[in-house]
Design a protein around this ligand. Structure first.
Ligand code: 2RA
Length: 350
């Protein structure tokens, strides 16, 4: 039997990509039900080439549903995922509400697919886009070399902050286009005005060393997510992780520099072999030919792209990498879809 799928949050930035992915992937689903806030109910959206009417989020929307993918704010997931799970629906949740719950697995199918089978609360969590943009490559290297420490900096696209993030960058770019701004302190800020959208500072002609909310001792929520989620996905609760998360004027595709330290000496040749053959990873690394991944080329693609692979000059156990991943695809909708497809296999097998 083909399982019934509900897409909750079908009209959002991630939901829109989700409908494209569902239309592109093998058609394993029976009914696909689109669910969103009452404000969007009645809208029609195309999925698998069919116009489908959006239903309002309610308990009844989960009647007869086998798997539900949630792409909604944390508080909406916190309220509604348990409602769906209580009706026997397996929820794949892309919010932060359950990621660190010990009874909720946090799954990246290329790294820890087995974890998706043990889900005491009926919920499987999808990691944050920043973690997801690097973890497939890091997980492949960990499987071979044994990871000891991660030091990363992110270069995060504005669509990580949703439609408002993209609208804010586009508006600001129009306000600074063709100008000679960026030559004296505060000139960009004056040009874009006080409305910096979801960002604390102008993002056009700028980089902003902040993403998320303030946590203890000056760390941001985004930096804590990279640390906590990497530890949980890799099954390394004591992993040393230091992240600095930075917003850059890119629409979609997060990038990260990664310093990864392993148990023993590593070689670049072996690292390159692993990355070149790891599922979900593309090694694109030939600086002599000007080849390395950039967000402008990676956007719209599924894999994690890795370039600039070097062994640390001062530590033969460590590698330096530059990694790019589309934050709306692998960073959100694609990984959620992959988890849902793993779970769907249990229905079709049974
Ligand atoms: C961001 N990672 O890029 C966040 C979204 N979950 O803002």
């Amino acid at each position: 039997r083909k399982p019934t799928l509900a897409v909750v949050g079908a009209t959002g930035a991630v939901g829109t990509v989700m409908l494209q992915i569902l239309s592109q992937h093998a058609d394993i689903w029976g009914e696909i039900r689109l669910v969103a806030s009452p404000r969007s109910a009645g809208k029609k959206l195309a999925v698998r080439g069919e116009e489908t009417e959006v239903m309002a989020l309610s308990e009844d929307a989960f009647d007869g549903v086998d798997v539900a993918m949630f792409d909604v704010p944390d508080e909406v997931s916190a309220q509604w995922a348990p409602v769906a799970a209580a009706k026997g629906v397996v929820v794949v949740d892309n919010s932060a509400a359950f990621r660190m719950d010990p009874d909720v697995p946090l799954v990246v199918p290329e790294v820890n697919p087995h974890a998706a089978r043990v889900r005491p609360r009926g919920i499987v969590a999808n990691p944050n886009c920043t973690t997801l943009s690097m973890i497939v490559a890091v997980g492949a290297l960990h499987a071979e070399f044994g990871l000891r420490e991660l030091i990363v900096s992110s270069y995060q696209a504005v669509s990580g902050a949703g439609r408002d993030g993209v609208d804010t960058l586009r508006r600001q770019l129009q306000l600074v286009a063709g100008s000679e701004l960026g030559t004296s302190p505060g000139d960009v800020r004056r040009a874009v005005g006080d409305d910096t959208g979801p960002f604390p500072e102008p993002v056009a002609l700028n980089v902003v060393p902040w993403a998320g909310s303030l946590k203890d001792d000056g760390w941001s929520s985004e930096e804590m997510k990279v640390r906590d989620e990497s530890r949980k996905i890799l099954g390394l609760p004591g992993l040393r992780v230091a992240a600095t998360c930075v917003r850059v004027p890119v629409v979609t595709t997060h990038s990260l520099t990664v310093h990864a330290r392993f148990e023993d000496e590593v070689t670049v040749d072996r690292a390159r072999e692993i990355l070149a053959t790891a599922p979900g990873v593309v090694l694109f690394d030939n600086p002599a030919a000007g080849e390395f991944p950039t967000p402008a080329d990676v956007v719209g693609t599924d894999p994690t792209w890795v370039g600039r692979v070097r062994r640390s000059l001062d530590d033969p156990t460590a590698l330096e990498l530059f990694v790019c991943g589309d934050n709306l695809r692998k960073g959100a909708a694609l990984n959620t879809a992959q988890i849902a497809e793993l779970v769907a296999g249990e229905f079709t097998a049974g």
